[in-house]
Write a protein that binds this ligand. Structure first.
Ligand code: FMN
Length: 204
């Protein structure tokens, strides 16, 4: 798919078919995601990939049976793949403590970082993963782990020092149910006309 078409077509999918994602397809998506740029080439992101029956571990933690029945997005529970993304701040401290980066003073303390690049890089990876999946004809939903992140980390064996970035549900979109999220109908902010604009040329 042409890139500008891909970026304009991209919307979140909240209802999936049960059909599995072919292994090679998923592998290509995951491989694209790890190719993003990262500060100091640290690559401080990890993906925990749950496929098929493994996804029940995720829902058992985040959506107990008594709440599941009334859950608004029943088609989301069918997603054949769930990828949780975790950032590794410690990897950045280690990298920026190395000889070529030590002068930055960023190798000792996460508080010294004006911008936490572990979040930036992991978010880049999350976005690349979503675009790669859509390019493969799949649908995705990026959503939060909220207050379940510690319990999820434990259930998935994620080291305790990793920061939760989010979850990507992935699979074949259920075209019979294109219900969008409440926020999705909000207008996009204009490029550069008026006080709401995103772009500020020259100065804010
Ligand atoms: C950081 C982030 C967190 C999000 N969390 C949720 C979420 O918890 N639940 C959900 O249904 N959608 C979530 N979304 C999806 C947004 O609601 C959606 O991207 C937005 O409304 C714009 O719609 P579109 O992506 O279809 O263009 C999240 C998106 C982002 C980028």
């Amino acid at each position: 798919m042409d890139f500008s078409e891909l970026i304009r077509k991209r919307r979140m999918t909240r209802s999936f078919l049960v059909d599995p994602v072919p292994v090679e397809k998923l592998d290509r998506v995951l491989d694209s995601a790890r190719r993003v740029p990262s500060a100091g080439n640290t690559q401080g992101f990890d993906f925990v990939v749950l496929e098929g029956f493994e996804t029940s571990v995720y829902w058992d933690v985040t959506l107990p049976p008594e709440r599941r029945e009334k859950f608004r997005w029943q088609g989301l529970l069918r997603a054949p793949v769930l990828v949780t993304i975790w950032a590794d701040a410690g990897a950045y401290l280690k990298r920026y403590g190395q000889e070529d980066k030590a002068h930055s003073g960023l190798g000792n303390d996460v508080g010294a970082w004006a911008t936490p690049y572990w979040i930036v890089d992991s978010s880049f990876a999350a976005m690349a993963m979503q675009l790669a999946a859509i390019d493969e004809g799949l649908g995705v939903l990026f959503f939060g782990m909220f207050d379940h992140s510690s319990e999820l980390a434990e259930a998935l064996g994620v080291p305790g020092d990793r920061m939760p970035i989010g979850t990507i549900a992935m699979g074949w979109p259920d075209d019979a149910d294109k219900t969008m999220g409440r926020s999705a109908s909000m207008e996009r902010r204009p490029l550069e006309d008026g006080t709401e604009s995103v772009v500020h040329r020259g100065q804010w």
